[in-house]
Design a protein around this ligand. Structure first.
Ligand SMILES: C[S@@+](CC[C@H](N)C(=O)[O-])C[C@H]1O[C@@H](n2cnc3c(N)ncnc32)[C@H](O)[C@@H]1O
Length: 364
């Protein structure tokens, strides 16, 4: 499917947009990763490259970066030219980091066998300022754009055109049942008026299908009689929910945590910055169970297997790090950020079981 409004190629983020993305908790991330010379660090969310640049400056290490959005990758040409031997960028979701990192390292001549080979993994979950600010990406309820919200923009290898992966937010709200829409808005937006919003959406789409962000924002605004909720636009939670659903953000996160567990060497570090409680809960649960702080129920696996699981991570900050008042003043988007980090032990990785992280899954 071709992106509406993007004839002949993926949208490019401008220099100004990239300059506007201020990396969140940057020094805390670099300190927590503690990269050393000749190490390999994976930056799973390249974005504007703020973390990658700081990591490359902190040691003579290599960075293998991922971003599912081709516009972020295309904007990295200058940085790639600056660090030809130390930086590679892969246009893939970070849930696939294990396979793509192995392939990239093997291609570069490394002999990995099947063991762990990475010294640090960092994830900065969510959307970038560039994505929010580009109206045509359809993430914003404040500026009008196509109701899209897909982060994955890839390139058709034959034509070079931008292609979209999967269902857009418009596809979902125009075709899903009222119950499915309510479930998504309730589960991923923690929105108590989810049923009224879903009803209003279904009523409105019979007149005219949704195509623009402001059409949807306006319907939600009407459900709230135009009132703000805690000083925020009432469509904030609905937009968050649709974005998480369309991009399978929580499934991506859970899969990536497991992948990091498999590829990190003993002593390697996993650093995750999240922006809302749904994400943070998953990271917290992962680290608590893997560090032995929380016993796991035996619902999914035989007792013997559970007994054999030794802590595979050691948490090194008991409470998540949060931005200072000063950082929040300079960058209000940092307000809800939380950084959790842990060091890989030499225990075997635990079996892959996404159920143990209780990733919320609305019925659709
Ligand atoms: C908050 S920004 C990262 C900013 C970056 N740390 C910096 O300093 O510039 C998040 C980026 O991660 C990307 N992203 C989000 N989810 C992803 C996923 N599952 N796989 C790969 N990239 C993802 C988005 O496309 C976006 O560019």
């Amino acid at each position: 499917m071709r992106r509406a409004g993007v004839p002949g190629g993926a949208p490019r983020s401008t220099d100004t947009q990239r300059d506007r993305h201020i990396p969140v908790l940057l020094s805390e991330v670099v300190e927590s990763l503690a990269a050393a010379d000749s190490q390999l660090i994976i930056d799973g969310t390249f974005g504007a490259g703020g973390y990658t640049r700081a990591i490359l400056a902190s040691a003579n290490c290599r960075v293998l970066a991922f971003d599912r959005d081709i516009t972020a990758v295309r904007a990295a040409d200058a940085m790639l030219a600056e660090f030809p031997a130390r930086l590679k960028i892969v246009n893939q979701p970070f849930s696939r980091m294990e396979a793509f990192a192995r392939a990239a390292e093997t291609e570069g001549g490394a002999d990995l066998e099947s063991g762990p080979f990475v010294d640090g993994v960092v994830l900065d979950i969510g959307v970038s300022s560039m994505q929010l600010d580009q109206a045509e990406r359809g993430f914003s309820f404040q500026t009008d754009g196509p109701l899209d919200m897909r982060m994955s923009v890839a390139v058709d290898p034959l034509t070079g055109d931008a292609v979209d992966a999967g269902e857009s937010a418009a596809d979902f709200v125009n075709t899903a049942s009222e119950e499915a829409i309510a479930n998504v808005i309730y589960t991923f937006g923690e929105e108590h008026k989810s049923r009224s919003i879903a009803r209003a959406i279904v009523r409105a789409r019979t007149e005219k299908p949704f195509t623009r962000t402001l059409e949807l924002a306006d319907i939600v605004l009407r459900v709230f009689h135009g009132r703000k909720i805690d000083g925020r636009h009432p469509a904030t939670r609905t937009f968050q929910a649709l974005r998480i659903y369309v991009n399978d953000e929580l499934g991506e996160l859970a899969t990536a945590l497991h992948a990091a567990e498999r590829i990190l060497k003993p002593g390697g570090r996993l650093v995750v910055v999240t922006f809302h409680s749904l994400e943070d809960r998953i990271v917290k649960k992962f680290f608590s169970s893997r560090s032995g702080k929380e016993s796991r129920g035996s619902r999914h696996l035989p007792e013997q297997l559970i007994k054999s699981e030794q802590p595979s991570f050691q948490i090194f900050n008991a409470r998540p790090l949060t931005p200072s008042k000063g950082e929040c003043e300079v960058n209000p988007r940092a307000r809800s950020a939380r950084l959790r980090a842990a060091i890989r032990t030499d225990a075997e990785p635990w079996p892959l079981d996404l159920n143990d992280l209780a990733v919320p899954q609305p019925e659709v």
